[in-house]
Design a protein around this ligand. Structure first.
Ligand SMILES: NC(=O)c1ccc[n+]([C@@H]2O[C@H](COP(=O)([O-])OP(=O)(O)OC[C@H]3O[C@@H](n4cnc5c(N)ncnc54)[C@H](OP(=O)(O)O)[C@@H]3O)[C@@H](O)[C@H]2O)c1
Length: 265
């Protein structure tokens, strides 16, 4: 059985670093055309230069997930460049406030988080779904976190904002399913990225543990496999499967790719 994705037109948000950039690499290796995007022009340029060594079918535009106008421009620019969007991977960045507990957050922190993790993804996916309906094909994949199932004190903003996106995943899936458009979410475990390491360092400081102690006690030990994930090896293949024709009966679902970290059923 082969996952044939060559030529598919893929838009990945928040993709100039970390998880998003890693997934861009995975799609490029499969022969897809990929648009990457984030807020900073220099980040886009740097990532494009790096990804060009994998494939020259990569394009970049700036956009901010918390700004609807910039999402409209992103959709237009992507359509101009690729002629359509077959796969939309909605990855978010992180709020500058976290790690923070509920009582530490201001209402502005909540507003930003809800735009970043919920409203921006809703706005973008709804508008891209309308394009996919006309194409009679589409795959929408939201990148979320295992902590949505078991909220963690220091990810109060992200976990609260992200929970509703799972409800939305099911509702959008119901409306677009008959057009061969699927909508799913992936709940990540721990994938070391510069930001996730920086965040863990901040948590270690807050709880008075060394980074090494925190890493072992809260990241590695709680997983069933006793290790963290690799974006290309552990996450990439599953994302490719969800993006492919092979997954057409799978929609309105969410999947843990967390090395068995969550104990919730
Ligand atoms: N890494 C993990 O272990 C892990 C686990 C669970 C969930 N997650 C989630 O996965 C996502 C990616 O994590 P990561 O570790 O890869 O993060 P990262 O390394 O910080 O990368 C975030 C990317 O998002 C962009 N970005 C930030 N704010 C944005 C905004 N408002 N609009 C558009 N782009 C924005 C950044 O570029 P600019 O600064 O140029 O905008 C960057 O390209 C996050 O939502 C995170 O919560 C990660």
């Amino acid at each position: 059985m082969e996952i044939r994705l060559a030529g598919k037109r893929v838009l990945i948000t928040s993709s100039t670093r970390g998880i998003g950039k890693g997934l861009a690499k995975v799609f490029l290796k499969e022969g897809c055309k990929v648009v990457i995007t984030s807020r900073s022009e220099s980040h886009v340029e740097e990532a494009i230069n790096e990804l060009k060594s994998v494939s020259d079918q990569v394009y970049g535009f700036t956009s901010d997930l918390t700004n609807y106008q910039s999402l409209d421009s992103l959709i237009s620019a992507t359509l101009n460049k690729l002629g359509g969007i077959d796969v939309l991977v909605v990855n978010s960045g992180n709020t500058p406030r976290e790690p923070s507990t509920v009582l530490e957050n201001s209402i502005e922190d909540w507003e930003y988080a809800i735009k970043l993790f919920l409203l921006g993804p809703i706005y973008l996916s709804t508008n891209v779904a309308k394009i996919m309906i006309k194409q009679k094909f589409g795959r929408i994949i939201f990148i979320s976190s295992w902590t949505v199932k078991e909220p963690q004190d220091f990810f109060s903003l992200a976990d609260t904002a992200r929970a509703s996106l799972l409800q939305f995943t099911k509702l959008l899936a119901r409306e677009v399913g008959k057009y061969n458009v699927t909508v799913n979410a992936i709940l990540l475990g721990s994938f070391p990225t510069p930001t996730s390491i920086e965040t863990l360092n901040k948590i270690a400081n807050k709880v008075g543990l060394s980074y090494e102690e925190l890493w072992s006690k809260y990241v590695v030990e709680p997983s069933a496999v006793k290790r963290v994930g690799d974006i290309e090896e552990d996450l990439g293949p599953f994302v490719l499967y969800l993006a492919s024709d092979l997954s057409s009966y799978i929609t309105g679902s969410y999947f843990l790719v967390d090395g068995g970290t969550s104990r919730a059923i």
